[in-house]
Design a protein around this ligand. Structure first.
Ligand code: ZN
Length: 150
């Protein structure tokens, strides 16, 4: 598991340094703002949904390495997915970051989300990693509210 966590850390550092899909999406159909006051992370999630599918997704904002990497990784996972699939991925992500450390998670089933299993070791960081996902869920429901993780 040590080699694996090292690999996950590298993925997170890489996405922090070179975030994917960063910026404003001008033709977004769904937008939500998220805020994690504990750490000061702020994220805006932009979705362009057509025929029940996420055609495009971007994020904007500022925050710590974990929140930024989590947003970046999330956008790469969500592009091209249906709304149903996005909701399923949210459930899986939630399980990956909140399950007990002794729980054996199905890494294959988690796919790219497996990167976030390591976050379980840093409980203070779970909200940083979850912020973009919760904000994305609110964007899907088009709630014109600020998502806060508190
Ligand atoms: Zn943070």
């Amino acid at each position: 598991m040590d080699e694996l966590s090292e690999l996950y850390q590298q993925v997170i550092l890489d996405h922090n340094k070179d975030p994917r899909n960063f910026g404003i999406l001008n033709d977004a159909t769904h937008i939500a703002h998220g805020h994690n006051p504990l750490c000061g992370d702020k994220v805006d999630i932009y979705l362009k949904i057509q025929d029940g599918k996420i055609d495009d997704v971007r994020f904007n904002g500022s925050g710590c390495a974990i929140s930024k990497a989590s947003s970046s990784i999330m956008t790469t996972i969500l592009k091209g997915k249906t709304i149903e699939e996005a909701k399923e991925l949210f459930e899986k992500f939630h399980k990956a970051v909140t399950s007990d450390l002794d729980d054996n998670l199905d890494i294959i089933d988690l796919g790219k989300l497996a990167v976030f299993c390591g976050v379980r070791e840093f409980p203070a960081r779970i909200k940083c990693a979850s912020l973009p996902w919760h904000t994305m869920m609110n964007a899907l429901e088009s709630k014109e509210v600020v998502t806060t993780t508190e």
